[in-house]
Design a protein around this ligand. Structure first.
Ligand code: GLN
Length: 539
């Protein structure tokens, strides 16, 4: 249906952090559940070419796609809700747009012309929106415009939306997500900020078709009418988005409010059939009616900002629902962990997860954590840097290589058990140069990993420069730490496990990126199961 692809733009007003990503993903879910094919794209108005060079304090987690793009964490929500992979084309930043236009200018593509924001930058934005529509795969392309209407840096995007809306006529629509604050002193919900925000959009030539209103209290009929009247919107197109217990409630709430019906009628599509959400509702039911609970301690250095570990938390949520287990996550700052306090900090843990990361800060706390999990036989999952810490710990405390380390942190170590990958040795640019995206991995027979995945070859996503140093493999295996997953082309060790332990796995890749509501990840399922079965007793 390439030529009839419909374009839906989602803008935000009043404040940031209203959850445009969740609203976009929820609408996409509802359309998908009615049999349409949908993709979601996010435009980010910052100058970095991608978020790969931003630390989590700046931008939360960096989400990695199959094709190795380092992207905004909203793409994680899109994949988790839709169960379809995204790619580089689904996340575009101002930096990438400008870099493309400047490359074209240098090649001489605009020879003789002055290159300007309008039309050259706006054309490049429009090209990237239409590119997804042109693939012919989608009935709907939902494009989320990052930032808030009125931001200087969002202006070229808003102008591109105005132009596309004009050019595509009835094939495009705009949904504006806004906030209706509750003023406690007055005891009232207030519509004025939304009126102003719509005015701001109107001054850029855009009349939104739908208002999605974030609110802590139910919108009364009067409020809906008032918003409709002052914002030139039909009353049924004023959609309430009330705070939800979980993000996975939002598609159901949007369905109740009729967001999907309003969108479909705007494009003259039938609305009489209902979305097929049986599996989604079962997932929600299990999530909300657990039969047991576990205490999972997540050790990382960005724990004050849980968005840094978004995909891990969501993967545990999916696995928890699958196992009808409430996963209580306790975030512990690795910098606070020492050999003295590790036992008291982790004594309540039924499972321990050491998070991915970069840089030396907090590394010794992570290594102490691994030691505690290994010695006390507590189910342990180490992801990326977490796996590397497990290797270092084993080298130091089992193989007695006391100064073992990763060369990321100590280049002079006598035992560099984690070392820079060969192909990374001549890399000096930091942006987009890690080992990124999906690689295949062969699982060895008779290993826990092979049992968990129940298949020989898996594909998982990566984001790292350092790797297990194969020169030590023999010594590790003899002492009881196996390499249970290997990249068949480069022979890199992708998974390690300890046989003499109920559940101890380290993965060089990021399984969390592939877990979705429809397809919870087997590794997280097994981890949660192990934690539930093994209510441990520390020594
Ligand atoms: N810093 C480590 C590396 O580059 C681990 C990266 C990660 O945890 N994503 O190999």
């Amino acid at each position: 249906m390439a030529d009839s692809c419909k374009y839906i733009f989602v803008t935000g007003g009043v404040t940031s952090s209203l959850g445009k990503g969740i609203i976009s993903a929820s609408l996409a879910k509802l359309l998908q559940a009615r049999g349409y094919s949908v993709t979601i794209q996010k435009f980010d108005p910052y100058i970095n070419v991608d978020p790969g060079t931003l630390n989590p304090y700046e931008h939360g987690e960096c989400y990695v796609t199959e094709d190795g793009a380092e992207t905004d964490l909203d793409l994680g929500h899109y994949e988790r809700f839709l169960n379809t992979p995204t790619s580089q084309a689904n996340n575009v930043t101002t930096g990438r747009i400008y870099s493309n236009v400047i490359d074209k200018e240098r090649r001489g593509d605009y020879l003789g012309k002055t290159v300007q924001v309008v039309p050259h930058i706006t054309n490049e934005i429009k090209r990237r929106v239409k590119l997804l529509g042109k693939t012919g795969h989608y009935d709907f392309v939902i494009t989320e415009i990052g930032g808030t209407v009125g931001d200087i840096e969002s202006l070229p995007y808003i102008e591109a939306v105005r132009q596309m809306r004009w050019e595509l006529e009835r094939q495009a629509m705009v949904i504006h997500l806004t906030l209706i604050p509750f003023l406690r002193a007055a005891g009232e919900l207030k519509t004025k900020p939304t009126q102003h925000s719509v005015k701001e959009l109107l001054s850029s030539g855009i009349q939104p078709d739908v208002l999605v209103c974030r609110t802590e209290h139910t919108l009364t009929e009067d409020i809906r009418k008032k918003l409709a009247l002052f914002c030139n919107i039909k009353t049924d197109s004023v959609i309430e988005s009330i705070d939800a217990d979980t993000i996975y409630d939002v598609p159901i709430l949007m369905q109740k409010e009729g967001l999907d019906r309003v969108v479909l009628s705007r494009f003259d599509y039938p609305t009489n059939n209902a979305p097929e959400l049986t599996k989604w509702k079962r997932f929600l039911y299990n999530l909300k009616n657990p039969e047991k609970e576990i205490s999972l301690h997540l050790v990382g250095k960005y724990v004050e900002l849980p968005d840094s570990y978004k995909s891990i938390v969501e993967a545990l949520t999916h696995a928890g629902s699958d196992q009808k287990t409430k996963v209580n996550i306790h975030f512990i700052h690795s910098e606070n962990i020492t050999d003295k306090n590790v036992a008291s900090l982790l004594k309540k843990a039924d499972a321990i997860l050491v998070a991915p990361g970069f840089g030396e800060r907090g590394i010794e706390g992570k290594i102490e954590t691994v030691k505690y999990a290994r010695q006390n036989k507590i189910p342990f999952l180490g992801i990326c840097l977490g796996m590397q810490c497990a290797v270092i710990e084993f080298a130091r405390n089992v193989l007695a290589f006391t100064d073992a380390h990763s060369t990321e942190f100590k280049s002079s170590s006598q035992h560099p058990v984690i070392d820079l990958m060969e192909e990374q040795k001549n890399v000096s640019d930091k942006g987009g140069t890690m080992r990124l995206g999906a690689y295949s991995c062969t699982l060895s027979p008779e290993t826990l990993a092979r049992t968990i995945y129940s298949q020989e070859t898996i594909h998982e996503r990566h984001r790292h420069r350092f790797e297990f140093n194969n020169a030590y493999l023999g010594e590790f295996e003899q002492a009881g730490m196996k390499g249970s997953g290997t990249n068949p082309d480069a022979e890199l060790i992708e998974i390690i496990e300890i046989s003499d332990h109920p559940w101890f796995i380290g993965v060089q890749f990021h399984p969390e990126y592939k877990s979705t509501v429809a397809n919870p990840h087997p590794l997280f399922i097994s981890f949660v199961q192990a934690a539930g079965q093994k209510k441990h007793t520390p020594k």
